[in-house]
Design a protein around this ligand. Structure first.
Ligand code: HEC
Length: 205
């Protein structure tokens, strides 16, 4: 999903932190730690009809009011990961923009180039696993997104514009499906370590 190395990217986002962050995070994991998830995970229990953050761990702030209204499942992330995820998300949208602009002028090489930025790769798979390490099910959805994006590039290689557009439609459905299900939840280092050492490693729900 997120961390594919994108040589053609115009966003100029930082890349170096990721390796360092992964080393820090994985290096700091304590496999023996098996505490339960924190109570801030209110997504499943929050009443959709109520806007009040009654079950929040930190009631009374504007942020908690928003969090209480947003009943999507949380994806716990360290601040740097959350920031990087959002940078990548914005770049995903730029890639979609570039696909559409290129397709409109039958520039299939341009479609393929833009689509490959959101397609599958080994590095992307590793990064998706990292992002979903504390949110079982998230990584599966992320990988399905990238595999669907691969079909845009495949259609472009065949020079088939109709197939490009329908593959892009299916890809966007994976974007919106994930957005409907998940929200970011920024956590500190100790919470991250606790969550990642208690979550199932493969990310199945
Ligand atoms: C596997 C899940 C997943 C997929 C697939 C996904 N996103 Fe996201 N996206 C997220 C999450 C989680 C957020 C943060 C949402 C929140 O906390 O409100 C987000 C946020 C965003 C944002 C807001 C960024 C910001 O600066 O706040 C944009 C734009 C976005 N995604 C675009 C896309 C596009 C375009 C696609 C598909 C081409 C896509 N995303 C696919 C999970 C996903």
């Amino acid at each position: 999903m997120i961390m594919k190395s994108t040589n053609g990217s115009k966003s100029g986002r930082p890349r170096g932190w990721l390796t360092a962050g992964a080393v820090l995070v994985f290096g700091g994991l304590l496999p023996a730690c098996r505490e339960p998830a924190p109570t801030h995970d209110t997504a499943a229990s929050a009443a959709p009809s109520s806007a009040a953050p009654s079950s929040s761990a930190r009631p009374g702030t504007a942020f908690d009011a928003l969090d209480g209204m947003d009943v999507r499942k949380p994806v716990p992330l360290l601040p740097m990961m959350a920031n990087h995820q959002k940078q990548n998300m914005r770049d995903h949208l730029v890639a979609v923009q570039e696909i559409i602009v290129a397709a409109a002028s039958n520039d299939f090489a341009g479609v393929e180039r833009a689509a490959s930025r959101i397609g599958s790769s080994e590095q992307m798979g590793r990064m998706c696993s990292h992002m979903g390490a504390a949110a079982p099910g998230f990584t599966d959805q992320a990988l399905a997104f990238h595999r669907t994006a691969d079909t845009v590039a495949e259609a472009a290689r065949k020079g088939d514009k109709d197939a490009v557009m329908s593959a892009l439609g299916r890809t966007l459905a994976t974007c919106t499906g994930c957005h409907a299900a998940w929200k970011q939840q920024v956590v500190d280092e100790s919470t991250w370590q606790r969550l990642t050492s208690s979550a199932p490693p493969t990310g199945h729900r």
